[in-house]
Design a protein around this ligand. Structure first.
Ligand code: MN
Ligand code: MN
Length: 418
């Protein structure tokens, strides 16, 4: 037996197909009242059922109002796709600090883990390497980065806010905050289980190698190693380093520098897409060839703007919110649709292929960095798909006026209104 729901009644009135029927329906239809299944506050008959008489963490609840009072179109649930560096414990040492959100803290984050690090002026993240690649975006200040490639070719660069770096897996590197204000940045490892606290440290290896072996290896007297600290350095307060050119001369190799540049300046690049509502800059192997395992988009959404409904066919999306306030809804089979609120410092994660969109709910621009574990950024948008599908088919599926479908742009604005 078929129940007569409001939605069915609506279908009965719109099937006529006349334009007047569409506009009449538009005034009566309450989109966002999915009475099949009967979920959402709109379906509650006694308002007492909506109250929360138990204990509340109001500070947290006020940060994510969409969690406590989801839009009526949200349905069912899905694994948590919201986290924040502000939930993470900070490891502080003389010279700086770091905090991280790995898959241990954030189950959904399988492809990548994120680290937020601060190095004061002269603060050093000691010479080290790890099994995963490291992609990074500078958030504040100035940092000196060094790397050696597997051909034995060194490079040293100074980077500032908005710049990126990429160290392929296993290549040794170091970071140092420069004056006057040091550096803050966010690292992305291309493995959700990777941790900033289990990297291979120069000091650890040296301390745990017999001095005679070190002496033989470096062709130096054993006494050369007698002052090494038994504690790993990890982050330490260093002296202000010499000017860049001087250090580059010191480390210069007859083999030259690595073939591929390992830093990239997003501030010098024109937006890949720009509309009156925002912009997207795409940085992947097409313009940053060294970054073979992480592709990135740097997205700006102006107040009132919408990062249009879309998905990524090739990889999970890991988001770092740099600025602004927004709301993201993720759609999955089930059906499931879940909305969460995001603020600066938060992290979002969308599994490969799942539909999503972001609304700017604040009064300032959103700046958000999206990363993908892939060599290329790839995206399918709902509007472009519908505009490029047989009109009759789309009209039949969605019971829409074909003349309106014709108006949907075949281009891909990315941030709308275009
Ligand atoms: Mn590293
Ligand atoms: Mn996306």
């Amino acid at each position: 037996m078929r129940e007569l729901s409001r939605r069915n009644l609506l279908a009965a009135t719109t099937v006529v197909g006349a334009t007047t029927a569409f506009s009449a329906a538009a005034s009566t239809v309450q989109l966002g009242n999915p009475d099949r299944p009967p979920e959402g506050a709109v379906n509650v008959s006694n308002p007492q059922a909506l109250t929360e008489p138990g204990p509340q963490n109001r500070i947290l609840a006020d940060q994510i109002p969409a969690a406590g009072n989801p839009p009526a179109t949200d349905v069912n649930g899905m694994p948590m796709f919201w986290s924040s560096f502000n939930l993470a414990h900070k490891r502080i040492q003389d010279g700086g600090w770091a905090r991280q959100v790995t898959q241990s803290d954030f189950q959904i984050s399988e492809d990548v883990s994120g680290v937020n690090m601060r190095l004061g002026p002269g603060g050093v993240r000691e010479l080290h390497w790890h099994q995963q690649a490291e992609w990074a975006v500078m958030v504040d200040g100035k940092c000196r980065v060094t790397v050696l490639d597997a051909e034995g070719r060194p490079a040293v660069r100074d980077v500032t806010a908005g710049d990126l770096w990429y160290f392929p897996a296993g290549l040794p590197h170091s970071l140092q905050g420069l004056g006057p204000s040091g550096a803050e940045f966010v690292l992305v490892f291309d493995n959700g289980r990777a941790s900033e606290y289990n990297t291979l440290l120069l000091s650890d290896w040296m301390i745990h190698t017999p001095p005679e072996v070190l002496a033989e290896n470096f062709n130096l007297p054993v006494s050369a190693f007698q002052n090494m600290s038994l504690d790993a350095r990890w982050i330490y307060q260093g002296a202000e380093p010499p000017p860049l050119a001087e250090v580059q001369r010191q480390v210069a190799s007859p083999l030259g520098e690595p073939e591929l540049e390992f830093v990239f300046s997003t501030s010098k690049m024109a937006p890949t897409k720009q509309t009156r509502s925002g912009s997207v800059k795409i940085v992947d192997t097409r313009n940053f060839p060294v970054s073979t395992t992480i592709a990135a988009g740097i997205v700006t959404i102006k107040p009132g703007g919408l990062r249009e409904l879309h998905w990524h066919p090739n990889a999970d999306e890991w988001q770092y919110w740099v600025q602004g306030t927004g709301r993201m809804t993720v759609f999955n089979t089930g059906p499931a649709a879940v909305t969460m609120d995001f603020h600066a410092g938060d992290i979002g994660y969308v599994k490969k292929g799942l539909g999503h969109y972001i609304q700017n709910t604040g009064s300032t621009d959103i700046i958000m960095v999206e990363t993908f574990k892939d060599k290329q950024f790839a995206e399918v948008t709902l509007s472009q798909w519908l505009a490029n599908s047989p009109r009759q088919m789309v009209a039949e599926t969605l019971k829409m006026d074909p003349r309106l479908i014709e108006q949907i742009s075949k281009s891909r604005p990315d941030v709308v209104p275009g």
